[in-house]
Design a protein around this ligand. Structure first.
Ligand code: XLS
Ligand code: CA
Ligand code: CA
Length: 440
């Protein structure tokens, strides 16, 4: 088979002193960090939509990158995309991929025809996976592109659109199971509202829960053993998305009894859109036992929308990998690069440069996170800061032994409590992080 990128060979690991543009400086797949190889710790995935389909089109102009893969016929292009994607994954040593159904195969005349054409691509993917050992990290359904979804999918005011969406998710789960995917993602495409003037918020949220319950149960009934994820996002495309952030989603899942069925797929750029740090969202998920998978990217601090840039911020990657290591590492999840090269980075080489930048950033992040943990100063500081809960009155409060009368007496005896734990030392701790990061 002819190559799509004959000018690019397999990207080697050359180490941090290398000046070779098309080489990894930090990602050494077999290097052991925190008890596992980098490859196992990081579980990188290619996003089909950005990498294979995104041509740089924006509100102000048409595409700048050629993503036709040499084909004009949609079915032939869908197959060519598979070949090109597997070549990219092979050359970049990426083991996983993620897709929306419509990234793999577009819509045709009817639901039946669309489903039949998708089957052909899925069969071809299964063959390619078998031949190469590449795997599906997660699949999802694109329930936001076609005009039928203009008012939502699982929250649409139209029962017909709701039914169509359920049928489409059934098919996307079938594809995910057939390809041995270890995850299925629900991102609330247009599940939100533009104005409350036309919205029955209560019914929409009840229906979203019904939608999740029905499709989750279907997946389990056909043998899906992977994880389901919700991917929170506060806004865009709708003004208010129901899956606003991790805390909002946890409240929703608990209300509807879905919290044992779904974990979180956390995207960095969605965290910042919600006014949180990436680490905050990861921490809230981890502390609630709902950490699952990650969409690795970054926004721009000066732009208030979802720019999906390749991640190059080492601090964010370090704190992300700190949370991942503290969560015990990935199980079914991984690091999906939900990221696109900028519109001006339109050449074939830019696909490789951007993945190398993202991959090396997370390799550095992993090394830094491991060093922060083994250095121990941060964790020890936090541990010491909460020492008053380990004995005495703190231990009695936690065990339930102390009554409110006991606490009253305790404080009466003490008379006053001022600064009983000392400084929070934020600046010192930030300097510790710098010290760890820059003595790599
Ligand atoms: C959009 C989302 C989307 C999900 C998958 O903002 O990031 O790409 O990851 O539907
Ligand atoms: Ca995403
Ligand atoms: Ca995004």
């Amino acid at each position: 088979m002819s190559e799509f990128f004959p000018q690019i060979g397999k990207i080697p690991f050359e180490g941090k002193d290398s000046k070779t543009p098309l080489a990894f400086k930090y990602y050494d797949p077999d290097k052991v960090v925190a008890g596992k190889t980098m490859k196992e710790q990081l579980k990188f995935a290619l996003s089909w939509w950005h990498t294979m389909g995104g041509d740089g089109t924006d509100m102000f102009g048409c595409g700048t990158a050629d993503k036709t893969w040499g084909q004009t016929d949609p079915a032939a292009r869908a197959i060519a995309k598979v070949d090109a994607a597997f070549e990219i994954m092979d050359k970049l040593s990426i083991d996983y991929y993620c897709f929306h159904d419509r990234d793999l195969s577009p819509e045709y005349g009817s639901f039946a025809e669309t489903a039949a054409e998708l089957d052909k691509v899925v069969d071809y993917l299964a063959e390619k996976q078998k031949a190469t050992g590449k795997k599906l990290l997660w699949g999802t359904a694109k329930l936001f592109d076609h005009p039928r979804f203009m008012h939502g999918a699982g929250t649409s005011p139209s029962a017909d659109v709701w039914a169509y969406s359920a049928a489409q998710v059934k098919k996307a789960i079938d594809a995910t199971v057939k390809l041995g995917g270890t995850g299925y993602v629900y991102w609330g495409g247009r599940e939100g509202y533009e104005t409350l003037l036309n919205t029955n918020l209560g019914l929409e949220q009840d229906n979203l829960a019904r939608f999740l319950r029905m499709t989750i149960d279907y997946g389990r009934s056909i043998g899906f053993t992977g994880d389901y994820y919700i991917e929170p996002k506060p806004k865009e495309p709708t003004k208010h998305q129901y899956d606003f952030d991790v805390a909002t989603v946890i409240g929703f899942l608990r209300k509807y009894g879905l919290d044992k069925d779904i974990k979180m797929n956390i995207e960095a750029n969605h965290a910042t859109l919600a006014g949180h740090t990436f680490q905050h969202e990861l921490r809230v998920a981890r502390e609630n036992g709902l950490f699952g998978s990650i969409d690795a990217n970054q926004g721009d601090v000066l732009l208030g929308w979802d720019t999906d840039q390749f991640p190059t911020n080492i601090y964010d990657a370090a704190f992300c990998m700190y949370e991942v290591l503290k969560a015990g590492g990935f199980t079914n999840g991984g690091l999906n690069f939900d990221a696109k090269a900028r519109r001006g980075s339109f050449t074939a080489e830019d696909i490789f440069y951007s993945y190398i930048a993202g991959i090396d950033t997370f390799a550095l992040g992993l090394l830094a996170a491991d060093k922060i943990i083994t250095d121990g100063r941060i964790d020890k500081f936090v541990d010491d800061r909460y020492a008053s809960w380990k004995s005495g009155i703190g231990a009695d409060i936690i065990s339930g032994k102390a009554t409110i009368q006991d606490l009253e007496k305790y404080i009466m005896d003490k008379g006053e409590v001022v600064d009983s734990i000392g400084s929070g030392r934020q600046e010192y701790l930030e300097a510790v992080v710098n010290n760890v990061l820059f003595s790599l």
